[in-house]
Design a protein around this ligand. Structure first.
Ligand SMILES: [Zn+2]
Ligand SMILES: [Zn+2]
Length: 105
C-alpha cells in the first residue's frame, strides 16, 4: 500500500481512499457535455498538473436527457479512475508517490 496526495487539494490517502475522496469532494471537476448536433454525450476531467482534459464518450442505455445529472457520480467514478492512472503515470512526484515504490497488481 502507498499513500498519495489528492491531485486537487493534497489530502493524503491510499489509492482507494483518494478515489473515493475525489468522487465525494471534487465531483464538480467533472464536466459533462451534451452535443446538440450529434446527440453524443461526453465527460471531461482536467489534469491539474498538465492541463490535459480527458474527454470520453458516454453511451447511456436510454436516451434520457436527465442521464448526465442522474449518473454523474457513476460517470465520475470512471473519470477519476482514469485521472488517477494518468497522474500516477505522469505526475507521481506531484502527488508524493515514488514510482519505484509502486507495486501495480
Ligand atoms: Zn481533494
Ligand atoms: Zn497530466
Amino acid at each position: 500500500m502507498f499513500e498519495m496526495n489528492c491531485p486537487y487539494c493534497n489530502e493524503m490517502g491510499g489509492l482507494i481512499a483518494t478515489h473515493r475522496h475525489l468522487v465525494d469532494t471534487h465531483l464538480d471537476k467533472v464536466e459533462t457535455v451534451h452535443e446538440e448536433d450529434s446527440g453524443h454525450m461526453f465527460y471531461l476531467v482536467p489534469c491539474p498538473f498538465c492541463g490535459l482534459k480527458y474527454r470520453h464518450r458516454v453511451k447511456p442505455r436510454h436516451r434520457n436527457p436527465e442521464f448526465l445529472q442522474e449518473f454523474k457520480a457513476e460517470i465520475a467514478l470512471v473519470a477519476f479512475d482514469q485521472l488517477l492512472y494518468h497522474v500516477l503515470q505522469n505526475h507521481s512526484a506531484d502527488v508524493g508517490v515514488n514510482l519505484a515504490d509502486l507495486e501495480m497488481e
